[in-house]
Design a binder for this molecule. Structure first.
Ligand code: TIU
Length: 223
C-alpha cells in the first residue's frame, strides 16, 4: 500500500508496521513540568493533541500495534547521568519537586501521558532514560519479536526525542515515516528543519507526510 510522502511514496506494509508515539507527557506539554523548567513555552505543543489522538484512533481501528514512550527516570536517579541532570541552569532540575510532582520521574503525576492519549492495556508503554527510544529500553528486541520493520512516528519534540528515536530506528534497519502534523517543537524553525533534513538526500533518515495521506492509504487499503 503506497502512502504519498516526501521524498517519495512510502510502501506501507500493514503486517509489519507499528506506530510510535513519543513522550506525549504532561512534563513536556503542561506548565510546571520538565519542558517548562528548561524555559520553553509549552503551550504550542498542545495544538497537536487532537491530531495525535486521530492517529492513535486510526491504528486502533485497523488493529495495528502502538508503542507509547515516556522520558522518565527512576526515583533514585540511578539511570540519570549527571551530565543530563546538571546541564544548563534550569529553574528546577530532574528529580526536583515541581508543581506536578518530581520533574521527569517515573510514576509522578507530571510524568504521565496526557489522559486523552493514554495507552490501552494491550499497547506497549515504555519508560526511556534517554532522548532516543532504543537506549536502555530493550525495545528493539521486542519489535523484532513482533516482526516489525516499519515505524510511523508522532510526538514531541520533533528535533529532540522524535528525531533521536527516528535516527536510532533508521540505523537499526527500520523504515521510518514521520507524521508531520502529529509532531511539534518548542521552536517552529527546528521542526521545519528537522523534517527537511529527514527527507533530504533521498530520505537519509526516512519519510514525512501529513496524517491525511496515511489515513487515506490505510482506509483505501482496508476497504
Ligand atoms: N527539551 C526538548 O525539546 N525535549 C526533551 O527534552 N525531550 C523530548 O523531546 N521528549
Amino acid at each position: 500500500m503506497q502512502v504519498t510522502a516526501r521524498p517519495y511514496a512510502f510502501a506501507l506494509d500493514p503486517a509489519r508496521v507499528a506506530l510510535v508515539v513519543i513522550d506525549m507527557q504532561r512534563d513536556f506539554i503542561e506548565p510546571g513540568g520538565f519542558g517548562d523548567s528548561l524555559g520553553n513555552d509549552v503551550a504550542r505543543l498542545k495544538a497537536i493533541v487532537p491530531t495525535v489522538a486521530s492517529l492513535i484512533a486510526l491504528f486502533r481501528r485497523h488493529a495495528l500495534p502502538i508503542i507509547h514512550t515516556r522520558e522518565a527516570h527512576q526515583p533514585d536517579l540511578s539511570d540519570c547521568p549527571p551530565a543530563k541532570r546538571l546541564r544548563g541552569a534550569p529553574g528546577l532540575r530532574i528529580g526536583d519537586a515541581g508543581a506536578m510532582g518530581r520533574i521527569l520521574i517515573a510514576g509522578e503525576p507530571g510524568n504521565a501521558i496526557l489522559p486523552e492519549l493514554a495507552p490501552l492495556p494491550d499497547e506497549i508503554a515504555i519508560d526511556k532514560p534517554g532522548k532516543g527510544m532504543f537506549w536502555a529500553t530493550g525495545l528493539h528486541e521486542r519489535l523484532q519479536a513482533m516482526g516489525i520493520t516499519q515505524l510511523v512516528f508522532a510526538g514531541v519534540t520533533t528535533e529532540v526525542c522524535v528525531q533521536t528515536s527516528m535516527r536510532e530506528a533508521n540505523d537499526r534497519g527500520y523504515d521510518c515515516l514521520l507524521i508531520e502534523d502529529a509532531t511539534e517543537s518548542y521552536f517552529p524553525a527546528f521542526k521545519a528543519a528537522t523534517i527537511e533534513m529527514i527527507v533530504a538526500q533521498g530520505g537519509i533518515v526516512g519519510w514525512a507526510t501529513p496524517l491525511a495521506s496515511l489515513a487515506s492509504a490505510l482506509e483505501a487499503g482496508h476497504g
